[in-house]
Write a protein that binds this ligand. Structure first.
Ligand SMILES: [Zn+2]
Ligand SMILES: [Zn+2]
Length: 228
């Protein structure tokens, strides 16, 4: 959008805070400060669970919670209150400009060493159904914005498994494939990828993505906006 068109739009429909509706910014400083940040120093250094620095309930094999092993992983927020609302407003109310706001939080939480390590930034692709409903792939936009902020190239690395593809796979591959939702894009040519997602819940989606990339000899580090 040109500068003049942008100023006209801004006069007619001023930007408002996605959380409190105050005119000015997409996320006002007061709301930004009150988000449910995860304390980096109290979080599990392996999986990023909010209080896991001493003993992580998520990484502990004895716990009864059925959680997939996803590591290494960091997250910006607990999926509660303002942070949850922010993610929902972005995904389901179509406020695509929030992609930059969310990418900024991710860029801040990811260790600079991870940015050095990664050859590219990638994302969990939305399901075809969700993409049609929303009209955009929400994590692709965040990853593109993250890429502009960090200089890491943004690449799609995963696609949903297609049932038809199963016939061409060996039995072993078929079993592995059926466990997961994703397959790595053919001839990926990458070995180290930083993978972004919106919310980690059981970790099943991310674990499936990580396995798919593992099979293509690509290791992953993961950052999510929030964790439930
Ligand atoms: Zn606000
Ligand atoms: Zn952990």
């Amino acid at each position: 959008m040109g500068f003049i068109a942008q100023s006209i739009c801004e006069t007619l429909w001023p930007t408002r805070c996605a959380l409190c509706d105050t005119p000015g910014k997409l996320l006002c400083p007061r709301c930004a400060r009150s988000l449910e940040f995860i304390d980096y120093y109290r979080a599990c250094p392996r999986c990023g669970s909010p209080w896991g620095s001493l003993q992580c309930d998520r990484c502990n094999p004895v716990t009864e919670r059925e959680l997939a092993d996803v590591s290494p992983c960091v997250s910006c927020f607990r999926y509660e209150g303002g942070a949850a609302l922010l993610v929902k407003t972005y995904k389901d109310k179509g406020e695509q400009r929030l992609a930059d706001v969310l990418a900024r939080f991710l860029a801040d939480v990811v260790d600079p060493a991870w940015k050095e390590w990664a050859q590219a930034v990638s994302y969990i692709p939305a399901t075809t159904k969700a993409r049609r409903r929303r009209g955009f792939d929400h994590m692709a936009l965040v990853a593109q914005s993250f890429s502009r902020m960090t200089g890491l190239p943004c690449t799609q690395t995963l696609e949903e498994c297609k049932a038809a593809d199963q016939r061409t796979l060996s039995r072993q591959e078929r079993i592995a494939n059926m466990q997961g939702r994703f397959q790595a894009i053919k001839a990926l040519g990458l070995n180290r990828v930083l993978l972004l997602d919106d919310v980690i819940t059981t970790g099943a989606t991310l674990s499936s993505a990580q396995c798919a990339l593992d099979r293509s000899r690509c290791s992953t580090r993961i950052a999510t906006i929030a964790r439930a």
